[in-house]
Design a protein. Structure first.
Length: 136
């Protein structure tokens, strides 16, 4: 599970969970039960969990620097840095992204990602959605 520390802000009808200046999750208040709404109203920061399988590599607006890319025979594990956080994506196919070295160009060390959509949240600025508040 990828865990991101976010800052909580109230918005019209919901909450905005910001990960630095790079990413923000919009969570509609009507998708949360009363206990979750109350917890977000009272917490200045919460951790958000994103499953590695919910990160789609090769699509989307988020550009991440590749730290590691490992083919394990039946899946790739790609680690990338975003807003000071390490995100791990798991895909069922090989990904042609290498970590930065002095001899490689910028294009070989950057990947684009999006998050596989769910109904509970939308990610603004740079991503799609798949945010699950994991508690304060």
């Amino acid at each position: 599970m990828n865990l991101l520390e976010t800052e909580v802000a109230r918005t019209d009808g919901g909450f905005r969970l910001s990960v630095g200046t790079d990413m923000a999750f919009q969570v509609p208040g009507d998708t949360l039960d009363a206990a979750a709404r109350k917890a977000l109203e009272q917490a200045p920061r919460v951790r958000v969990g994103i499953r590695p399988q919910k990160i789609a590599v090769g699509t989307g607006d988020v550009h991440l620097r590749v730290v590691s890319n490992q083919w394990l025979g039946d899946q790739s594990h790609v680690a990338a840095e975003c807003a000071g956080n390490l995100l791990i994506a798991v895909t069922a196919s090989r990904i042609a992204a290498r970590r930065k070295t002095a001899s490689r160009s910028r294009s070989s060390r950057v990947i684009c990602i999006s998050l596989v959509p769910t109904a509970s949240a939308s990610v603004t600025r740079r991503c799609r959605d798949d945010a699950h508040p994991a508690g304060p």
